[in-house]
Design a protein around this ligand. Structure first.
Ligand code: ZN
Length: 256
């Protein structure tokens, strides 16, 4: 076990960048790990690109079939999600920038306004015509009832899960907001992200350039390891609760 280092001292503004690795303990598979979605079915990567989704009804039918059975629907938050929510409740300003679309940070008790979903959410469906957003459950009920390619009730256009697909750009406003949060943080902790998907990963350099400390918790090496004050290889479900406890204790010591 590694003790949490000097970098936990005096932190009152924390940003946490989270990737698929934080949710694997909840049973949500990652993408490129040994049991990852893309590892098991490489052809899904091509099928689930934005251009394919928008032009190929068969790709859309496959997409909805895949997501109707997605493990995220049954997943519950784990110790790492809960640790971040508890830190926020104890008075530290915690902002989560997540690459995940599973909504587990909010389910663990973090207020939605503290969570920026860089790649969108599976819990909403967006109409590609009139832009209306609706809860995904209603669309999935139609898929389960046999509708292969559900369309908007209002305008008839293609419905799309409100997640960013391959070949689709991140929302500029969301990304700009994320950069400002990273730049304002005293410490950025990157958790369970391979840090290989841009522009999300570059939030690490945004934070460091603005003077923040950077800590990376990830099973495998990342392109940003050299920039980090510390790299933690311990399992996330152990590492994050321990680091959160150190942050809370050091903050309490600061206030005393
Ligand atoms: Zn519509």
């Amino acid at each position: 076990m590694v003790e949490a280092g000097e970098w936990t001292r005096g932190i009152t503004r924390l940003a946490v960048l989270t990737g698929a690795g934080i949710s694997t303990d909840s049973g949500v598979p990652d993408y490129r790990g040994p049991d990852g979605l893309w590892t098991r079915d490489p052809s899904a990567v091509e099928a689930f690109t934005y251009p394919r989704f928008m032009t190929d009804p068969a790709a859309r039918a496959r997409f909805w079939r895949t997501y109707a059975g997605h493990p995220a629907w049954r997943a519950a938050p784990n110790a790492a999600h809960r640790a971040l929510a508890e830190l926020q409740q104890s008075g530290t300003a915690v902002r989560v920038l997540t690459q995940n679309v599973d909504g587990l940070h909010q389910r663990a008790g973090l207020p939605a306004r503290m969570v920026l979903e860089l790649h969108g959410t599976i819990h909403e469906v967006r109409c590609t015509g009139c832009d209306i957003r609706t809860p995904t459950a209603a669309t999935l009920a139609r898929v389960h009832a046999g509708v292969a390619d559900p369309r908007c009730d209002d305008c008839g256009a293609i419905l799309k899960l409100a997640v960013v697909l391959f070949g689709e750009y991140l929302d500029d406003l969301v990304l700009d907001h994320a950069r400002r949060i990273a730049a304002a943080a005293q410490l950025l902790v990157a958790v369970g992200s391979s840090l290989r998907v841009e522009p999300a990963a570059s939030l690490c350099s945004v934070a460091v350039r603005a003077g923040a400390r950077l800590v990376i918790i990830n099973r495998d090496e990342t392109p940003y390891d050299d920039l980090a004050d510390e790299v933690v290889r311990e399992p996330i479900g152990q590492a994050l609760p321990r680091i959160v406890a150190a942050l809370r204790d050091n903050r309490a010591a600061l206030a005393a």
